[in-house]
Design a protein around this ligand. Structure first.
Ligand SMILES: N[C@@H](CCC(=O)N[C@@H](CS)C(=O)NCC(=O)O)C(=O)O
Length: 284
């Protein structure tokens, strides 16, 4: 992998890397924040998945997460939201909610998407294997995200409770199988197969799992996508009926933007750090 940028922030380093990915069969860019503690020891990592239209840089430039990550000694890894580059197909109409910037963190099974759109394998397997073997990370992982990335984070954690210690989301698409954004994407990437859709649907997964990873969701009540696309109430109902002890918080007046994320990201970092270090003596 090639480092293409380094910036000092809160005593740690904000870096960008590029590498040739085997899963997505294209060159991928990702961002990493390494807190100052890496001078002394390896640190745990929070993977952050962004939403529609984003790259690896929206979170690193807008959320303001580095200050608390530096205090806690937690690394951040921020992948891109889709494969990109020459030969990677996009939405035929150039829509923002499918194709480039809209990989939905799944493995597509339908042509022409199935060659490159393998973001599930990229995020779950290839990227952790790469960064955890080359950077000072100690193998303890949590995963969080926003909107489409909130869907990705919750879905990936629920499917891989052995790989993640905790999960959280801002404004997640909790029921992609039942809302316009998700129905468009899942239909094209996966075909009209209800079982394939359910495997990527947090509301379905939360009712099937016996592993109750710590799970936090923050949602703004003034989010312009809440009613049509996000449907937080469906996750609340699914958690209640299945006995999943999720923490789902509604915040009056906040919208879908990174201003909302910046307002509560500290809570998410501390939530993950507490889960990661539960039962352990904190480092100096
Ligand atoms: N209104 C946007 C919809 C996309 C959107 O709101 N994207 C969210 C994630 S779902 C985002 O994080 N945008 C980038 C940003 O705010 O930095 C559009 O039409 O392009």
């Amino acid at each position: 992998m090639d480092r293409i940028e380094t910036k000092l922030v809160f005593g740690g380093e904000q870096r960008r890397y590029q590498h040739d990915a085997a899963t997505t069969q294209c060159r991928m860019t990702f961002s990493v924040y390494l807190p100052p503690q890496v001078a002394e020891r390896k640190v745990p990592v929070l993977y952050w998945l962004s939403g529609l239209t984003c790259t690896d840089e929206n979170f690193s430039t807008k959320a303001g997460a580095q200050r608390v990550a530096a205090q806690l000694g937690m690394a951040l890894v921020m992948p891109d939201t889709s494969p990109r580059g020459e030969g990677v197909p996009d939405d035929p109409e150039g829509a923002y909610d499918f194709g480039l910037g809209a990989g939905f963190y799944l493995n597509a099974t339908q042509a022409p998407w199935s060659t490159h759109y393998r973001m599930y394998d990229y995020v779950v397997e290839e990227l952790p294997a790469l960064v955890e073997s080359t950077l000072p990370l100690d193998g303890r992982r949590a995963i969080a995200g926003h909107s489409m990335g909130g869907h990705g984070a919750l879905m990936i954690a629920l499917r891989n409770p052995d790989r993640y210690i905790s999960t959280s989301a801002f404004s997640p698409i909790v029921n992609p199988a039942g809302v316009p954004w998700g129905r468009k994407a899942l239909g094209r990437y996966l075909g009209e197969d209800p079982a394939a859709w359910a495997a990527y649907d947090t509301v379905a997964l939360v009712q099937q799992t016996e592993h109750h990873l710590p799970l936090l969701v923050d949602q703004g009540t003034a989010d312009q996508f809440l009613e049509e696309q996000l449907k937080t109430d469906r996750l609340e109902a699914a958690c209640e009926s299945s006995g999943y002890p999720a923490m789902i918080r509604m915040h009056g007046g906040y919208d879908h933007s990174y201003y909302f994320i910046a307002s509560f990201i500290e809570d998410h970092l501390r939530f993950h750090y507490a889960a990661i270090t539960a039962g352990q003596t904190p480092p100096d």
